[in-house]
Design a protein around this ligand. Sequence first.
Ligand SMILES: [Zn+2]
Length: 423
Amino acid sequence: MTIQTPKTNSARMNATIQASCEWGCTPDGGMARLALSDADASVRRWFIAETKALGCAVHIDAMGNIFAVRPGRYDLPPIAVGSHLDTQPTGGRYDGILGVLAGLEILRALDEAAYRTAYPVAAVCWTNEEGARFVPSCLGSGVYAGALSLQYGHSRTDEAGVSVRAELERHGMLGELEASHTSNPLTAHFELHIEQGPILHEAKQPVAAVSGVQGWRWFEIALQGRGSHAGTTPFAYRRDPLIAFAKLVLAAERVAQSLGGLCTIGRVGSTAAQSTNCVMDDVVFHLDLRHHTAEGMAALEGTMRAEFATIIAGEEGVEITRWDTLTAVQPTVFDTEAVACVRHAAEATGMAHEDLVSGAGHDSVFTARTCPTAMCFIRCRDGISHHPSEYATPEDIAVGTEVLLQAVLAYERKLTAKLEHKS
Ligand SMILES: [Zn+2]
C-alpha cells in the first residue's frame, strides 16, 4: 500500500482565511475582532465545528483556550499548531489568524491523506493574545504556561469593566479543563505568523524559520535640572535637563548599535509645567531596550547605565533622580530541534531567508517555557501589521502553511523514531 503524503491546499487555506474574516471585518478591509467579543465568539464556534467535523476531540480550558486534537496511534500529548483569532481594534486579516488556520489546514491535509501520525496533532486557539481589549497580551497562553495565575487571567477587565471570566461564561467558553500545561501538556508547539517587520519584504524572500524572540526591558527615568528664565539666564548658569537628555538620546542609540540591540525612547515629558519662556525643570522619559540574548540584554542595560552616568556627571546641576524598571522580559530561545525542522522545510522551498529573531511577542514565547517550540515567519507587505493594510499574498501563505506542515511531520517522525526505538 502506498501512503499518500499530506499536502496543504493553497486555494482552500486562502479561501478559509477570507471566509473566517467575515466575523469582525471592517469596511476598510481590516479587522476589529477584539478578544471574547461576539465576533470572536462566532469565529471560535466556527473553528470548533470545523475541527469536530474532521473527527477532532475539542477541549476548552478555563481560559477559553481551544485545543482541537486529531488522535494519533499513541495516547500522548499532542504536537500543536497554534496562534490566536483575536485582533487589534484596527487590525488586519493575517496576524494570528494565519497561525490558527494553518493548524486547521494541516488537520484537513492529514485527514484528506488519511495520514496516521503516532503523536496526536492539535490546532490550538489561544485567548486574548493581542491584549487590546484585556491587558496584558498573551493572557491565555500566559496562564497556560503558569506565568500568570488563573485568578489574574479571569479578573482582567475591559474599559467598560467587563471581566474575562464574565465574557467566557456569556459565550459558553469557560471550559472544564484546567488552564495548565501540567494537566494538559503539549509535546511541542509550532506557530506560523506574519513577520510584522520589513526584513523578508526587503530581502524579497517569502519565508524564514524563527530562532527566538527578543527580550525587552522598559525603564522610566527622571532627570532633574533647574528651571529658569529663558532670556536672563546665560548658558553658563543654566541647569538644563533637556540638553542632558539630548546627549543621552544619542548615546543610547550608539550603545544599542554597538551591542547589536535596539533602543527606543517613545515617551518624553516633564512633571513641571512647560513654557516657551523657561528652561525646563525636569525631564521624564521611557527607555525601551531589546536584545535577543540574555547576555546581550545584561550588557545593554549595564553599558547604558554607565554611559548615562558618565554623561550626567559632566552636566553640572543635572541629576538622574529616578531609574525605575517597568517591565523586564527575558529573550526566548526556541528549541534547536524544532527550529531545525522549520528551517529544513523552509530551505526545501529554495526561497528561505536565514533564521530570524522575532521582534514582537507571541503565544510561542509562553509555550516555549513548557515544551519545545518553534515559529515560521512569512513576509508581509511593507512589514506593516496591526493596521487594516496588513497583507500577505496567497502564494506566501501557501508556502508558509506547507512549510509548517512539513516541519510538523518531520518533527513527529523524529520523535516517533525515538519512541519506537526505545520500546
Ligand atoms: Zn499575533
